[in-house]
Design a protein around this ligand. Structure first.
Ligand SMILES: Cc1cc2nc3c(=O)[nH]c(=O)nc-3n(C[C@H](O)[C@H](O)[C@H](O)COP(=O)(O)OP(=O)(O)OC[C@H]3O[C@@H](n4cnc5c(N)ncnc54)[C@H](O)[C@@H]3O)c2cc1C
Length: 379
């Protein structure tokens, strides 16, 4: 029997691949998605209950138009699925007034009119009970920020992709792909597939599938910690927000308690660089959580400093810590997103749409020039 030729194949069905498969499928394009593990698994970068989503983007104001589109797409996804994926809890950012976080948030507000309140120091306690905000810090509050249920978002993108006609295969590892005339031949550990376009969304495994990408991507081991609460001040039901602290010794972020028993928090800075995902140690290592414990003692008196549990996850860092989204050099019809550098999940909806634009028409109208590969060539 002749093999089916798909219009598009998506390699990797984690945060970005699940969204890309959905956005391609909903356009009526035949799409195959291939994933080495199960749906919404714990072995990559898209697990651990929650991810912060916000618009006053201190990392670079050019992300804001993408976030605005991303918000619309998450709203749509909630509507078509009937699921609640995005909790609009708000978020406060805190740090020294001249620091990257506070300055960057003000810049995003100035350039894009993002709602952002500066909170007067005399109101810290009443606005954010349970936090000790260091002297001299500035605090800004973003009411449209919040968090996404991460595994549920991946699962929902996958379910909606299948509903729209996508074929998804799991427990199938892509070993290689090659271009043969106008088509891609994809070989997994179980079968071979043919597609006219290819989207690679392999996260920390990008190097395995795009070996000739000449931009270094560094995989980093990161630890998430859940610490028991002493009271209900951090409870999402009590109106507690997400938080981000740029401390003099490291940066920390966390979420309101969703189980009424623990708060999930982590150090955004730091982490141990590893050679590949295969080298990742998922069990607890000496020193894991030390910085978080110090932060808790300094700033979160209503948390106990002994963790109830922890999880290990991977950041995939690009050289400038900004994403790379582009057509692959010298391979027409191959598109990829990589190097999401520990801040990508909130963009999964919009970058899935962008990758679908590429697969459909070779281009996108969304403003992503600052994310293209070219920046490393001219640098
Ligand atoms: C601890 C932690 C906290 C974070 N916090 C935030 C946050 O608060 N807000 C935010 O916006 N972002 C956050 N991020 C970043 C965000 O989660 C990631 O940028 C995003 O999830 C990466 O998605 P991905 O699709 O690139 O990777 P993944 O979700 O890991 O997906 C890649 C997929 O490709 C599959 N794959 C790879 N190779 C193959 C192969 N050969 N064959 C078949 N399948 C393959 C993998 O199995 C995997 O499922 C955080 C990340 C971590 C680790």
């Amino acid at each position: 029997m002749p093999r089916k030729t798909y219009d598009c194949a998506v390699l990797g069905l984690g945060g970005f691949g699940s969204s890309a498969a959905y956005h391609v499928a909903r356009r009526g394009i035949s799409v195959l998605g291939i994933e080495q593990f199960t749906p919404a698994h714990q072995f990559g970068s898209s697990h651990g209950e929650t991810r912060i989503i916000r618009q006053a983007y201190f990392e670079h104001p050019d992300y804001v138009p993408l976030l605005l589109r991303g918000y619309e797409l998450f709203d749509e996804l909630e509507q078509v699925s009937g699921k609640r994926l995005f909790e609009r809890s708000g978020l406060f950012l805190s740090g020294m007034p001249g620091g990257e976080t506070i300055q960057g948030a003000h810049l995003a507000k100035a350039q894009h009119g993002i709602p952002l309140e500066t909170v007067d120091a005399s109101h810290y306690r009443e606005r954010f009970p349970g936090y000790r905000i260091p002297d001299g810090f500035e605090v800004v509050y973003e009411p449209v920020a919040g968090f996404l249920h991460v595994e549920e978002t991946v699962r929902t993108h996958l379910e909606q992709a299948e509903k729209a006609g996508a074929t998804l295969v799991f427990d199938s590892r892509v070993i290689s792909w090659r271009k043969q005339s106008d088509e891609f031949v994809i070989t997994t550990d179980k079968a071979e597939f043919i597609a006219r376009k290819l989207i690679v969304a392999a996260g920390a495994w990008t190097r395995d599938l795009l070996a000739s990408l000449d931009v270094p991507l560094q995989v980093r081991r990161k630890v998430l910690c859940w610490h028991p609460v002493r009271s209900n001040v951090y409870d999402v039901a009590a109106g507690a927000p997400c938080f981000f602290f740029e401390m003099p010794y490291a940066a920390f972020y966390g979420f309101p308690s969703i189980d009424h028993q623990t708060v999930k928090l982590a150090e955004h800075s730091g982490g141990k660089d590893i050679g590949s995902p295969q080298e990742l140690i998922r069990t607890e290592l000496d020193g894991d959580g030390d910085a978080v414990r110090r932060f808790i003692r300094d700033c979160m008196p209503e948390l106990t400093d002994r963790a109830a549990s922890q999880a290990v996850c991977m950041y995939t860092m690009s050289p400038d810590h900004h994403f790379i989204v582009d057509e692959f050099p010298a391979t027409t019809g191959l598109y990829f997103g990589a190097g999401f550098s520990g801040h990508g999940f909130k963009f999964t909806s919009v970058i899935g749409e962008i990758l679908a634009d590429f697969a459909e028409k070779g281009e996108t109208d969304l403003p992503i020039d600052f994310l293209r590969l070219q920046r490393f060539r001219t640098a």
